[in-house]
Design a protein around this ligand. Sequence first.
Ligand SMILES: *Cc1c(COP(=O)(O)O)cnc(C)c1O
Length: 378
Amino acid sequence: MDSARPVPFLDLKAQQARIAADLRARIDAVLAHCQFILGPEVAELEQHLAAFCGAAHCVSVSSGTDALQIALMAEGVGPGDAVFLPAFTYTATAEVPLVLGATPVFVDVDPRTFQIDPAHLAARIASVRAGGKLRPRVLIGVDLFGQPADWPALSALAWREGLFTLDDCAQSFGASLHGARLGRAADATAVSFFPSKPLGGYGDGGALLTESAERAALYRSLRTHGEGTTRYEVLRTGMNGRLDTLQAAVLLSKLTVFEAELQARERIARRYDQRLGNAVTIPARVPDSTSAWAIYAILLPDTAARERMQAGLKAAGVPSAIYYPRPLHHQPAYRAAHDGTVLPVSEDLATRIMALPLHPDLTDADVDRVCAAVLASV
Ligand SMILES: *Cc1c(COP(=O)(O)O)cnc(C)c1O
């Protein structure tokens, strides 16, 4: 191994080499039948995804963001509605309620697992009710970095409060909680196939999972311009939100190695845990769960220590990344929608969190190089 070669943060070429023959055959099949929109691979993928997580229905869509949007459109979410979501997440979670005219209500996260804090959620719902201006409608729980949110607590609270639950599982398809794969933890589950997600396509893509046949039918209608039983009957305002047949073909190929990749990610995460656990704050595991390990995030004491660490790693040919340098309630685009509540955990995490490379094609030698660089920069 060439020790001067930079460690790849993500290695889609190595993965491609592992599935090359199968991938080529599936893409050639699409090129032969030319059904580029809603071709047979789309329905085949939906069946496989539903079976993979035990969900009753799967509707593939054009991206994880569109999955979130279609789920909220189906509930008629709009102006006057409060949509509760964590402040420490990717921008799309907050963008979608705003696009529909609803108001995001930012909730703080757990300082150890980084997942949305059910106790703080309860306080935020109570304060929205007391304010009397917004109607609490939806909870978007995010399974952050590959680990599941505390769905039993979140669902119980949402049930008591009459909220629709949407699982933003964009980062965590393949993870499980209490022995069950994510996909059935909420009223609807949104998945992303952005190339860098654990199950990534070769472009944008996403899916919705639900136990409700009525919701699945609505999602199918909404992803094709609100169409009815015939193509030119328009029942509702929808969107162009379909998954391309070519992406479905790529994802079918990737699904054949997905289980093995999840195991590889877990093995790598454990190797990091063992080597780094005494030197930095390693990710706390959500109890009785498995992670899809989208991101392996460590905590440094402060921003200066993080800057030193990132510089040290860079000099050693080891890439790192910051998810997320700013909590969403501090983003210029979302500040105006925020009620000014201080969210101390999200604000603190943004100053000192840092992600290390984690993908299934990272070798043990790569992991050891990353660890050596981290230990040398503490
Ligand atoms: C990636 C991501 C999305 C959006 O998915 P896209 O497929 O890129 O639209 C939404 N939420 C979270 C938490 C994400 O990480």
